[in-house]
Structures are given as C-alpha cells and as structure tokens.
Write a protein that binds this ligand. Structure first.
Ligand SMILES: [Zn+2]
Length: 269
C-alpha cells in the first residue's frame, strides 16, 4: 500500500515527457525539459576518459528495472537510491532511469561511475580495458521484463508468491501460486519472436531514450559500437534489457543520429 502512495506522489511530481533536444552540463548532468535530478551518493570515479581526455564514459549499457512498473515507479526508484545506508542497502545504482511516459530521472553524473553491472569489461579507443561500471553509463528502462502467462493473466518476475524468507508458497495442489501483486496488464505484453513474451516499451520511452542518447553521444563523442550494450551481454545470469529493446535500439540510434548498422551486424560486442 505504501508503494502505491509513493508512486502517486512521484506521478504528481513527474516532469513532462522528454520530447526535445537535451544538453549535458560541464559536470555531467542532463539538462532540458523532462529531466529530474535526484543526486545519489552511490557513485565512484570512472577509469575511462572521454574525447579530449576529460573524465567521461566510453559507451552505454541498457537495463530494465523489473517490477510491475505502475506509473510513478521510476520516480520511486530514483528516490530510493538518493540515499545510501552502507550496512543496510545493497549498493545498486545507475545514472538514469527512463519511465514508460518518457520522464527521465538522473541520479549520478556521467563523469562518475555507478553500480549497474557487476561483471564485464570494455575496451576504449586506445585499447585500454575498463570494468563496465568504471566506463559505461547505466540506463535503466522502466519495464517489467519477461512475462509468464499463468491462470489467464500475465505476471512479471518472480511470478509466484513468496514468503518472507523468499521461498515459494505452495497452494492446495502443492503447485506454486501466482502472485496477484505481479499482474501486468495484457495490453503491455509483446512477443519477441523466438524469445518469449515481454513487457513492451511505449513510444514516449523510446523517444526520450533517443534524445538522451543523442545528448550523451554528442557530449562525450561516444562511438555507435559502444552505445548498444545490454546488461545481459556482460552477465549471463541477466537477460535485460531483452530482445524487444535490442530491436528498438535501431529506432533509438536513428533518433540519436548514430549509425544503426553496427547493431544489425552484431559488431557491438
Ligand atoms: Zn540490469
């Protein structure tokens, strides 16, 4: 119930959708209509250098947030990482979260790193290797991820009811019980051929992502072949941001003025 209240507050405070050019300030913050800044202490130094040898990222890694993603969820997440209690909280963070409505929340400036991908490395133009978190901008897309059809409705991860200890609750027939709190509206389900069923990414979210990527690529001189990484490309235990987003990246790239050919040829690895 408390979550619903927080979500409603986030909706009330929500910005406009991002539908026009954005800028990146001297110290790595997005600026423009539709961007909300909620600074997070969950950051650290990058090891990468951007064009002109200034501190900055060398590419982008895309994620999905998971969760049911009712309106306001992205804002609640951004608020949540605006604080950090060292022994209590997991240190997860990211630079941006883009809501389904095209609202953009920035938590960490691009010239610092965030904790969005625990494993993996990338090479910069000079052939230097960097950890993902030390060199890529982490962008979370408000999205429920893979969906399962159970008893006539679509559910998002973890699909089934769990007890407080995280064990699945068994019903009368000793089967797991779908969790009604994890139901996602049928209209949101989209099929990714050969991969399964997923929560879709609405147009305003794709449009906002295009403006965000354009601003980032221009500011830091990011090459097209390092702007299309998905979390799952680095971490085999993860599948975000999923096959739907992989396909939509072509659209996002075109909006950002980047050459999408590197995506279709798989040359971004
Ligand atoms: Zn992720």
């Amino acid at each position: 119930m408390l979550d619903r209240v927080k979500e409603r507050m986030a909706v009330a405070k929500a910005p406009l959708a991002v539908t026009s050019e954005l800028l990146v300030t001297e110290n790595g913050w997005l600026e423009g209509p539709g961007v909300i800044r909620l600074p997070s202490p969950r950051s650290f130094r990058l090891t990468s250098r951007a064009r002109h040898d200034e501190p900055g990222p060398v590419g982008v890694c895309w994620h999905w947030t998971g969760g049911v993603c009712r309106p306001g969820y992205a804002g609640v997440l951004a608020k949540k990482i605006s604080t950090y209690k060292p022994k209590k909280d997991r240190a997860a963070s990211w630079h941006l979260v883009i809501s389904k409505q095209g609202w953009v929340y920035q938590s960490v400036p691009f010239e610092l790193g965030s904790w969005h991908c625990a494993v993996g490395t990338v090479k910069d133009d000079r052939g230097h290797t960097h950890r993902v978190n030390r060199s890529l901008t982490g962008i979370e897309l408000e999205n429920s991820g893979r969906l399962k059809y159970l008893d006539g409705r679509w559910y998002c991860h973890p699909f089934w009811k769990q007890d407080k200890a995280g064990a699945f609750v068994e019903g009368d027939d000793f089967n797991r019980v779908p969790d009604p709190k994890l139901v996602v509206e049928t209209e949101r389900m989209q099929i990714a051929r050969g991969h399964g069923s997923f929560d879709g990414f609405p147009d305003p979210q794709v449009i906002a992502a295009g403006f965000v990527l354009r601003a980032l690529a221009e500011r830091y001189g990011l090459p097209a072949n390092r702007c299309g990484f998905l979390h799952g490309d680095f971490d085999r235990r993860k599948e975000d941001a999923g096959p739907l987003w992989r396909n939509l990246l072509v659209d996002v790239y075109e909006r950002a003025g980047l050459d999408a050919a590197v995506l279709t040829t798989g040359g971004h690895a």
